[in-house]
Unconditional design. Structure first.
Length: 271
């Protein structure tokens, strides 16, 4: 077991991981456009070893393995999600804190789909990842833009808020989904860590989901999942029905349309 500094995040993701495992197929369906961006980046040049940071249940790790034939390693702090990833085979998976883990090999590409926003010290983490990158190797990750540009996510937070009255206000620069909202701050972190050739570009996409999968998705992930754990089991169906109505504006017939606003960030290691 490697050293771990991000203990609060590790505890949270180990506790919440089962929810992600329960709906891993739904999550992979919704996030497929962003997986495709990372696969495309991996295909831009020959790859020998690729690292997927915050790999979760391993969808991106497997996709890059299959597309490139490279050795692809997924790293995550959630035992639960890694156990699910390993059931699929096709790649290597490592239980470790990528902020401090001493990787025993170097990678020519490091990718992440919404997995790098949870570092306790992002500059230290990206410096550590740079040490694990071969000279001239590349970094490519996808991260959320602002909460205002992602109304589906803010709807979930607002719907859960009455059920979690004691929840503290999030630190806008602390570990969390919107930690890299500010592109200037993100650039500064990467420069401080030693990366060069930094490019940050916006990507917008309308994700879709069958309407029948909306309730399973909401009840297993994020703030609504946390809120449901705080109430009696007998109360959950009533609460979930009320929460579901908050998402009516995203439902069009039998399809849920979810606008997503993200940054695609690329950088390179010095030669």
């Amino acid at each position: 077991m490697t050293a771990e500094v991000n203990s609060e995040q590790a505890a949270w993701w180990n506790a919440a991981g089962q929810g992600w495992v329960n709906v891993q197929d739904i999550v992979d369906m919704m996030l497929r456009p962003f997986q495709d961006l990372l696969v495309q980046a991996a295909l831009e040049r020959p790859r020998e070893r690729v690292l997927d940071v915050g790999c979760g249940t391993g969808g991106v790790t497997r996709a890059i393995t299959e597309a490139t034939g490279a050795t692809c390693v997924g790293v995550d702090i959630s035992r639960t999600m890694l156990a699910a990833a390993r059931e699929h085979g096709k790649a290597e998976y490592l239980l470790a804190d990528a902020q401090v883990h001493a990787f025993d090999t170097s990678f020519d590409l490091i990718v992440s789909r919404f997995g790098v926003m949870f570092f306790d010290d992002p500059a230290a983490a990206f410096r550590n990842l740079l040490r694990a990158t071969s000279p001239g190797g590349e970094l490519c990750f996808i991260t959320w833009r602002s909460a205002d540009e992602n109304p589906f996510m803010t709807t979930a937070s607002k719907a859960a808020a009455p059920l979690l009255p004691e929840a503290p206000a999030p630190d806008p620069h602390g570990p969390g989904p919107f930690a890299f909202t500010d592109p200037d701050r993100t650039r500064g972190i990467l420069e401080e860590a030693g990366w060069g050739g930094i490019d940050i570009r916006p990507v917008d996409h309308i994700r879709s989901l069958p309407e029948e999968l909306l309730v399973p998705y909401l009840s297993n992930l994020g703030p609504i999942s946390r809120a449901l754990k705080e109430v009696e089991e007998s109360e959950r169906p009533r609460i979930m029905a009320a929460v579901r109505s908050a998402f009516d504006g995203f439902v069009h017939g039998d399809e849920v349309r979810i606008p997503a606003a993200v940054w695609q960030v690329t950088a390179s290691a010095p030669l």
